[in-house]
Every structure is written in C-alpha cells, then in structure tokens.
Design a protein around this ligand. Structure first.
Ligand code: SF4
Length: 370
C-alpha cells in the first residue's frame, strides 16, 4: 500500500491525522478530498441536517487603534467614515431582531482607545436588562485583551465581569494563528499566544467560543495547517473544563474558515484565494479537526453558491442569517441572504435545514413555516 492509500485508510477509519499528513491533502484531487471530508462529517454528525441561526451582527464602532493592514472596516482604511453607534441605536437594532424572532446578537467593534471594561459591561447589562432572552455571542479575543490592557486588569477579571454582566460566549476571531503573518498584517493586534491565553481564560470561566480562520494573506500550506494545529490543541486542552465535563467537548462549538478579501485594504495587491482553495480548506479542516462538531460554510465571504458546495465537502452549518454586517461589506462584498433563500439553498444541496440556537440545539425542523 502506498503512502496515499495508507492516509486514505486512516481517514476512512476516523483516526487522527498528523499535521504532516494534513499538509499532503492539499495535493489531492478536490473531489477525492471532498468525499473523504464528507465521510468524516458523517462519522461525527450522521444526520443530514444543516443548521442556521437567526442573528444580527452589530458593529458598534470602527474606531480601532490596531489599524490592521488586512482590514477594510477600521476608520483609518478610508472605506468607512469613523463612527460609534449611540446606545439607543444599538438597543433599537436588538429590538428589531427580537421582534423578528431572532435569538443571537454579535456585538463586535474596533479596539477603541477610549473603551474600558465599564464601556463593555454597561452595554452588555443594558441589552440583557431589556432583552434577557437574546443570547450575546459577542466581542473577540483581541477586544477582551484590549479591555484588560485599557483597564489594567488580568484577563480573568475582565472575563468574570463580562460574564456577570450577561455576556454568554465570545466568537474566537483568530485571523491566522501564525506570528510570521500577524507581524506583517496586524502587528498591533494580539499574537497567537495571547489569543490562546484568552481562550484558556474563557475556558476557566466555563464560557464557549468558536474558532475562525482567515487565509490567503501570503501564508504557506504548512502555515495553514499550523493554524489548524493550534485550534485542535486548544480544543483538546479545554475539553472537560468547567461546564463541559460531561460532553468532553472543548471550548469551540464551531470552526469557520474564510478567505481574505484584499479589496480596499492595504494588501490590495494580493491575489485573492480561489473557490478550490476554499473548498480544500473546508475539507481539510473537517478531516484534521476531529474534535470540533460543526464546520461552518462561510457564505458571507465565499458567496452562497460556493458555501452550498461546501456542504458536500465537510461543512454542516450555515451560520447566521445576518440582518446587518459591516466588516466584510467594507471590502465591497455584497452577499446577502434571507430566510427562504437559506432554506431553499440547503434543501437544494440535498440536506435538511434546521433552525438552531447558539448552543446548536435545534429549535425548528420546519423553519420558515408558521
Ligand atoms: S481586524 Fe479588528 S483589530 Fe484589526 S483593524 Fe479591523 S477592527 Fe481593528
């Protein structure tokens, strides 16, 4: 048996693959890789369901002292004017979502030089006081580290206060967990080790997260796998920590890869990643991340049609039917979707659409029907 056959056998048996083996998968034929990833998906998630959530991202400020080169959203990138949403406007956006039956809000902003812990806890408290049923999956590891630095507090105190105020979980906006790339494209943002530190601190407080991956910023295939290795290790090391003892799952509920959009950023000369690049990342993530149940198809950045194909190559969730989002939109990407479009798209892929909550519990098996 040659090396490729041995690796195929290992994947089909559900065994863990090493980083070196995962790197070899980039050279596989796309259909062969997709088939292997779909088999791995079925081992972890045998149902043919694809979940989505009714949510809203509220980008409450684009004023950001990190000014990353890969970001078109921050005020210094000249794509959007500097803004800071007034509290009333934020509350009215949450009210609108709640009125439509939405269940989750993602508050995300830049690293505002004037924002301290009190700014964040005040916002969380006010939303939770008026809309206790809305799940706040909000902020990011870099915002948590930023608050800790601005308030001269340890990460644990910041997380404990945010949790006490009503924060439910934190999206794990990871960009690319490779310091060589971070030093080039986001030198003022936290590095890989700090990102992991925030995750371990969240785990100590029994909070859940997700892990993202932004690729296509000049990294090598080995560095792409290095990102996945870090995510898998954090997931392993947080398994069985507070609140997750029974399931044994680690801190991440889901993994969400998306390609970097160079448009309107300081890296506008970089050639954008292709559709095949995206599908390979989805498939390799599914095979390598054997400890994460949900791999999301990133329709917002990749478009609905490519995301639909990803459902046959390892992805098993479509994320949120977002009402509003500004970070990706700032790059000029105009993908939007409504509930009926989501449902049709999932059915058309031969899957069963289900409406879920933030913990991936199914709320409706016939979404869209009254
Ligand atoms: S990616 Fe985040 S931290 Fe970097 S400039 Fe944009 S908003 Fe700021």
């Amino acid at each position: 048996m040659n090396g490729k056959d041995k690796l195929r056998q290992k994947i089909f048996a559900g065994a863990r693959v090493s980083p070196a083996e995962a790197a070899r998968l980039f050279s596989w034929d796309i259909l062969e890789l997709g088939e292997a990833a779909d088999l791995r998906r079925r081992l972890i998630h045998p149902q043919n369901t694809v979940g989505f959530i009714s949510d809203r991202i509220i980008n409450f400020t684009n004023i950001c002292e990190a000014a990353c080169d890969f970001c078109a959203f921050h005020a210094g990138a000249d794509s959007l004017k500097p803004y800071e949403l007034p509290r009333d406007e934020i509350l009215s956006k949450v009210r609108e979502l709640s009125g439509r039956g939405g269940t989750q809000v993602m508050l995300q902003g830049g690293l505002h030089p004037g924002h301290t812990l009190a700014t964040y806890t005040g916002l969380v408290r006010e939303i939770k006081k008026r809309f206790p049923h809305i799940y706040l999956h909000s902020f990011s590891p870099s915002e948590i580290a930023h608050i800790a630095a601005k308030s001269s507090l340890p990460l644990d105190s910041v997380i404990a206060e945010l949790k006490k105020a009503g924060l439910d979980s934190v999206p794990g906006a990871a960009d690319l967990l490779v310091d060589r790339i971070r030093a080039k494209v986001s030198p003022r943002k936290i590095g890989k080790d700090k990102w992991c530190e925030v995750m371990y601190a969240l785990g100590r407080h029994g909070m859940r997260s997700s892990a993202t991956m932004t690729y296509g910023m000049g990294e090598t295939e080995t560095e792409k796998i290095e990102h996945l290795r870090v995510v898998r290790e954090v997931q392993d090391r947080t398994a069985g920590t507070a609140g997750r003892g029974k399931s044994g799952e680690g801190i991440f509920r889901a993994f969400i890869p998306w390609s970097f959009s160079p448009n309107r950023t300081k890296l506008a000369g970089i050639k954008p990643a292709t559709g095949t690049d995206y599908l390979k990342i989805v498939a390799i993530s599914r095979i390598f991340l054997d400890n994460i149940r949900y791999i999301q198809a990133g329709w917002l950045t990749e478009g609905l049609k490519l995301a639909q194909i990803a459902l046959a190559m390892g992805a098993n969730d479509m994320g949120g039917v977002l009402t509003e989002e500004k970070v990706v939109k700032a790059t000029g990407s105009g993908t939007r979707a409504g509930l009926s479009e989501f449902i049709d798209l999932i059915r058309n892929a031969g899957k069963i659409p289900v409406l879920r909550d933030s913990s991936y519990k199914i709320l409706s098996r016939s979404p869209g029907k009254k």
